[in-house]
Ligand binder design. Structure first.
Ligand SMILES: CC(C)(COP(=O)(O)OP(=O)(O)OC[C@H]1O[C@@H](n2cnc3c(N)ncnc32)[C@H](O)[C@@H]1OP(=O)(O)O)[C@@H](O)C(=O)NCCC(=O)NCCS
Length: 193
């Protein structure tokens, strides 16, 4: 039984549409597959610097756990993509991170998250490119009303990425989480479609 009953046929198609391969300015987003769960992928999730602002830092990640997480997307409205950067010589692509979109077809909403696992590419505009690319695609889907994301106030790069992708600050959960023992605000963003 399909538990999802959105408002109209158009909304149903839009809110459950599978993710195509999306071309950003520089990055390419490809639906995540089991062979994207590489040793490197698991290392990203266990890298304290990468997960510094994420609750993933409290979990010890394994390949099996990552495969189970990926399997959870199957048959769901939710999207999980590998962020790729074409190699300079044009012969292939490097995996540099992952991005998610949790869609709620009942409400016409989606909540986004991003993890640029390869720290060597940080600060080059690629996180912004990936986030804008998925947000723009989601916003064009029939029935989509509102896209959200959230980040801790100390994650300055993510605050910038959210702004660049057209999100506005809609709420702050004051002193919501502890980062290095410091009570830190959680900033919630929204982009209306
Ligand atoms: C947060 C993250 C997505 C940013 O990606 P990125 O590729 O490094 O960021 P970009 O190079 O696209 O930079 C985006 C903006 O942030 C700014 N920025 C980047 N690093 C910064 C830093 N350390 N401090 C302040 N600003 C920073 C850039 O100047 C840029 O600003 P602009 O839009 O005004 O030019 C990436 O670092 C990441 O995935 N981190 C680990 C996981 C994570 O924190 N995810 C978000 C959890 S909610």
């Amino acid at each position: 039984m399909n538990p999802v009953r959105p408002q109209s046929a158009a909304a149903q198609a839009g809110l459950l549409a599978p993710l195509p391969v999306l071309q950003g300015r520089r990055v390419v987003l490809r639906p995540m597959r089991a062979d994207d769960i590489t040793e490197q992928h698991v290392l990203w999730l266990n890298d304290p610097e990468v997960v510094r602002y994420s609750n993933q830092r409290f979990v010890r990640h394994t390949r099996i756990g990552c495969l189970q997480y990926l399997a959870g997307f199957e048959g769901s409205p939710n999207l999980y993509a590998s962020i790729r950067l074409p190699d300079p010589d044009g012969t292939g692509e490097s995996r540099i991170g992952t991005i998610t979109g949790y869609r709620n077809p009942y409400h016409g909403t989606a909540d986004m998250g991003i993890l640029m696992g390869d720290r060597a590419v940080w600060g080059q505009g690629l996180g912004r490119d990936a986030f804008c690319t998925l947000a723009d695609w989601l916003a064009l889907q029939p029935g989509m009303r509102k896209i959200t994301c959230g980040t801790l106030a100390s994650n300055l790069a993510m605050l910038q990425v959210a702004h660049a992708a057209g999100f506005v600050r809609e709420a702050v959960r004051t002193a919501q989480e502890l980062v290095d023992g410091q009570a830190t605000d959680l900033v919630l963003f929204a982009r209306f479609c």
